[in-house]
Structure formats: C-alpha cells, structure tokens
Write a protein that binds this ligand. Structure first.
Ligand code: PAF
Length: 279
C-alpha cells in the first residue's frame, strides 16, 4: 500500500488506474481504525479493483469545546491495519492540503443538517458535507463506502450526491458490533469501565423500541419510554426518534420503512446508534 500526502499525487495515481480501466473505491475515515472501518475496506475490495482510504481528522466538523484536539490519532497502527486489509492507497493529507486559509465555500444540505445530531452539534454536518464533497473531487472514485452506524451522515451524503449530480455510487455497510451489542466507534475508547458496561443499553433501547413499533404501540409513548430507560441507566439523551428511513422525517403510522435514531451521552462520551426495519 502506498501512502500519499498531496492532492496532486493522489490525482496522478488514480488517473493512471483509471486509464488502465480499473474501478476505484473510496473509504473516507478519520482514522483510529476499528473492525467497522475494516469491513468498509473489505466490502470495497469485493466490487472494486483499487481501494483508496483517506485518514483526515476534519477540523470543520468539530464544534468549539468538542474533541478535535484529543481525537485519537493512531497513524502507525492504522497503516498496519490497512496493509493487512490490502488497501491500495492511503491518502493522509495535512489540513493545509485540504483547506485554503481563505476558503469561502461550504456545502449545506438544508434541513437534514440541522436536525437530530445537527441540532446538538451546530455546523457539524456542513463540515462533513464539505469535506466529503472535496474528498470526492480529489479522489474521483466510482463508489464510496459509509457505515450505517452514522445513518444521518449516510442520508446527508446520499442527498448531497443526488442534488449535486456527483458521479459516485454510495454504498452503505452494516454496523459492526461488540459481542454485547455496542456499535463499534472510535469514541468508545473514551468510556471508563463502568460506562462501557452500561453503553450497550443504547442498542437494547433501540431493539426494544423496534419490538414495540412492530407490536403496534403508540410512537410518542415508545420514544418516552426509551428515554426514561436510558435516563435510569445513566445516559443523558440528546434524541430518540422513530423516523421515516428515506428522509428522516418523523414517521407516521402509514410509513413502512423505518429507522430508529438515538444519540445519548454517558459521562463525556457521546454515543449514536440506530436500527432499521420494515413494518
Ligand atoms: O464518518 C467519518 O469518519 C467522517 O465523518 C468522514 C465521513 C470521514 C468525514 O470526515
């Protein structure tokens, strides 16, 4: 696997592959790779001839007081994992390579950017949409792989790609979980021993709520009960919502394709998760 730091180098490598008729997949990450990321690479390898992975802790998607400075940077371990996973190219740009100091353009997916996680992390999704749009323009892949754990992010990127006619197929990949159900995340490392024990209850609340939806119970009541269960478990819940899967609007009784979205804080760690199902 080659590691490149400059936009021009990545463009040249990809141009050569494309000239040779290769199909190119892209896996954008912020590093601190875990099995969830490696599954993205494994899925990418199934349908592409070359896999490009980026590691870039994107400053514009962190708000004031968030964990940009302390976000785990584990480049050497990440490089070893990507070598083992047989990725072809690691793009590891410095921030100056991605953002001009006087950059004036940002991408906003109206509405979707402001709800759920967006309401609690103002500006976060503009940072995500902008950097993903830029990375797509740099790598110019045929397809790009995103984990379903960040379901709002996945929906936002699909919407951006549709609205801006970006010629990249977005491929969703199933969430990878620990044996006790906790969704794998780079931020799980922030949990202390006691919090790590409690953390799988977020997924349990989602699974219980799914059963309650399928049993025909009232949605507002299900959301209230889930929040009470999380509060009693020690979480501070940002939101717990029963949504339509296509656009993340609040689901009504006529909607059949659903996603339950949740975000809750345990101590200083913010966890997000979701379950998707058809009624
Ligand atoms: O999901 C992430 O790791 C990031 O939000 C992404 C998509 C790499 C953009 O910085």
């Amino acid at each position: 696997m080659q590691t490149l730091h400059a936009v021009s180098e990545v463009r040249a490598a990809v141009r050569e592959w494309r000239f040779g008729g290769k199909r190119i997949a892209f896996v954008p990450t912020m590093g601190n790779l875990h099995p969830g990321h490696l599954r993205l690479v494994a899925e990418a390898k199934k349908i592409a001839d070359r896999v490009v992975v980026s590691i870039f802790v994107n400053p514009t998607q962190f708000g004031p007081g968030e964990d940009y400075e302390s976000y785990p940077r584990t480049e050497d371990e990440d490089r070893n994992k990507l070598n083992e996973a047989e990725a072809d190219l690691l793009f590891l740009p410095p921030a100056a390579e991605i953002y001009a100091p006087d950059a004036k353009t940002r991408v906003t997916v109206a509405g979707l950017s402001q709800r759920y996680c967006g309401a609690f992390r103002p500006g976060h999704f503009d940072g995500v949409a902008t950097v993903v749009c830029k990375l797509f323009n740099i790598v110019q892949p045929d397809c790009a792989f995103f984990g379903q754990k960040d379901f709002q992010q996945l929906t936002l990127i699909r919407t951006m790609v549709r609205d801006l006619n970006i010629p990249v197929d977005i491929v969703p990949v199933e969430t990878v979980r620990e044996a006790d159900g906790l969704a794998m995340s780079s931020r799980n490392g922030y949990l202390n021993h006691e919090e790590r024990h409690i953390a799988p209850r977020l997924y349990r609340a989602l699974c219980d709520a799914k059963d309650a939806v399928l049993a025909g119970r009232d949605y507002a009541e299900i959301e209230r009960q889930a929040q009470a269960f999380l509060r009693e478990s020690g979480f501070d819940t940002d939101y717990f919502a029963i949504c339509r899967r296509s656009d993340l609007e609040k689901a009504g009784k006529d909607d059949l394709e659903l996603v339950l979205l949740a975000a809750a804080r345990l101590g200083k760690t913010r966890l997000i998760d979701n379950v998707r199902f058809d009624r």
